[in-house]
Design a protein around this ligand. Structure first.
Ligand SMILES: [Ca+2]
Length: 506
């Protein structure tokens, strides 16, 4: 209780910076001792790695937006630039993956694939993202991770950045009932930022309506970060620098309604650290990487508040926490004043040593921070280089709840369970290869230590030449081996073709 209230008061009161740091440090210390107890407990239970045929742990999935592979201390960010003690706690308490991927280097496909366990390029969306007034992308008739859990007795909630559209027509009627939407995909509760941080909606959505809508009047005003006018809905407007706190408060409110009698699934999608870079007043100036570093620390603080709520409610021992990025960090070109570039100038390697950034087909666009804690099941402070994807959470959850996987033809067709990785089973059953895509729908295949990059976009245009990289020898993708290893390139190109042709890659 101490740490929950401590952190909360740090957000809501005008504490001095020094006392705020102290509060965070105290919270972190309290957490470390809890972790050590959990670690000791879990070591004794690891002898039995098998799971009951049906297990119903609570599941909290935290998805960060545009968080680069090198933007957390547990992934190598120097503490002299930013400090991420709360997210690092998930890695300390569980398993951190070094070779985890987003299915794409942009926002919508990752979110679609998480919910459906299917590659987004199998839908009509071959490139780009769902635009602010687009209809719902997932087919409500398709099984989703939320409905799967709902049908197994879970309370389910989606809180945060949605970016999968609402309704069934373009443009969506902002003042009408926003259906179909998250509630039609298996979520009992939804409190969302409709598209992106700073989007033209300018408001929150609660369940299937604009939150606090007073009338159907629209008075477009001012301009967003993206250059379009705000819709001017007659409802409370989001304040960018408070959105992280609002979403976290809503999540805590929802978590506090849960109990040990019924399992729950929370999908918390942060708006940080997608532009516009808007750190909270509490965090401004706290990092040593400028506003971008402060915004990363806002994300970390929100994660800390969620964890501490679970601890306060004594629910941690039966809760899986999964933390992931949705694509690589964004590095705006030709504008040194942008906060991302200021952070780089301070010395923060947003995407570590990986080439490229958000939108690109390079590792910097698709390799993501990914970690899972599960007290008593996942050994603390472990690191795995198994190939995993955000898309694989669905199949993993299926195996956890049912002890087996559904037929890929119907459910989660491109999702592979990584439960055997989590439990460090002697027989590994995870995925062997993964397809990734960029903003234009260009595809690449990672298999073993090789990565093949196709030269066709989602619209069928040719771009450059095909490429082949040996990620073991050349993690920064500097030497194209396509010409010197044609047989390997062909094998990977054939596999990519096969995965495109079939309906399910699992
Ligand atoms: Ca994103």
């Amino acid at each position: 209780m101490r740490s929950v209230n401590g952190v909360k008061s740090a957000y809501s009161n005008n504490l001095t910076r020094r006392s705020f740091v102290k509060t965070v440090a105290a919270a972190a210390m309290a957490s470390i001792s809890t972790d050590m107890t959990l670690a000791a407990r879990s070591l004794t239970s690891l002898a039995d790695k098998s799971l009951p045929p049906a297990s119903r742990p609570n599941i909290v999935f935290i998805l960060a937006d545009d968080l680069g592979y090198g933007s957390l201390n547990c992934y190598g960010a120097d503490k002299k630039h930013i400090r991420t003690p709360h997210i690092d706690r998930i890695a300390d308490a569980g398993m951190r993956f070094t070779d985890a991927y987003a299915p794409a280097s942009i926002c919508t496909p990752t979110r679609y694939s998480f919910i459906t366990g299917q590659y987004t390029w199998r839908t009509h969306l071959k490139s780009g993202v769902v635009n602010p007034l687009d209809p719902l992308l997932p087919d409500p008739d398709r099984m989703t991770i939320a409905r799967w859990l709902q049908e197994r007795g879970y309370n389910t909630a989606m809180i945060g950045k949605w970016h999968l559209g609402y309704g069934n027509k373009t443009p969506v009627d902002l003042t009408a009932r926003l259906s179909p939407g998250p509630l039609d995909l298996g979520f009992d509760y939804h409190f969302g930022v409709p598209q992106n941080h700073g989007d033209m909606w300018g408001v929150y959505v609660e369940n299937d309506r604009v939150y606090g809508l007073r009338s159907d009047r629209l008075q477009p005003y001012s301009r967003t970060f993206y250059g379009t006018k705000y819709a001017g809905l007659d409802a409370p407007q989001r304040e960018n620098k408070k959105v992280m706190e609002d979403l976290t408060n809503k999540s805590i409110e929802w978590l506090k309604q849960q109990n040990r009698d019924k399992p729950f699934f929370l999908y918390y999608a942060a708006v940080a650290v997608h532009h516009p870079i808007t750190p909270s007043d509490h965090m401004r100036g706290m990092s040593d990487a400028g506003p971008y570093g402060d915004f990363i620390q806002d994300l970390d603080m929100s994660v800390g508040r969620l964890i501490e709520t679970l601890e306060y409610m004594n629910l941690m021992d039966n809760t899986i926490i999964i933390f992931a990025g949705d694509n690589g960090g964004d590095i705006p070109e030709n504008d040194p004043e942008r906060p991302e570039n200021q952070a780089i100038a301070h010395g923060l390697n947003i995407n570590g040593r990986l080439r490229g950034d958000k939108h690109t087909i390079w590792e910097g666009g698709t390799r993501i921070p990914f970690m899972v804690s599960w007290p008593g099941k996942v050994k603390p402070a472990t690191v795995s280089n198994d190939l995993v994807s955000v898309m694989d959470i669905f199949a993993t959850v299926c195996e956890i709840t049912d002890g087996k996987l559904p037929a890929p033809k119907d459910i989660a067709p491109d999702s592979f369970s990584f439960l055997s990785s989590l439990l460090q089973s002697e027989t590994k059953q995870g995925r062997q290869s993964i397809v990734m895509s960029d903003v234009r729908g260009r595809l690449a295949l990672r298999k073993g230590h090789w990565k093949y990059i196709d030269n066709t976009t989602g619209q069928g245009e040719q771009v450059g030449r095909p490429q082949l990289y040996d990620l073991a020898e050349d993690p920064s993708e500097t030497v194209n081996l396509y010409d010197s290893h044609p047989e390997i390139a062909k094998r990977l190109a054939d596999e990519l073709d096969r995965i495109k042709q079939v309906q399910a890659s699992r």
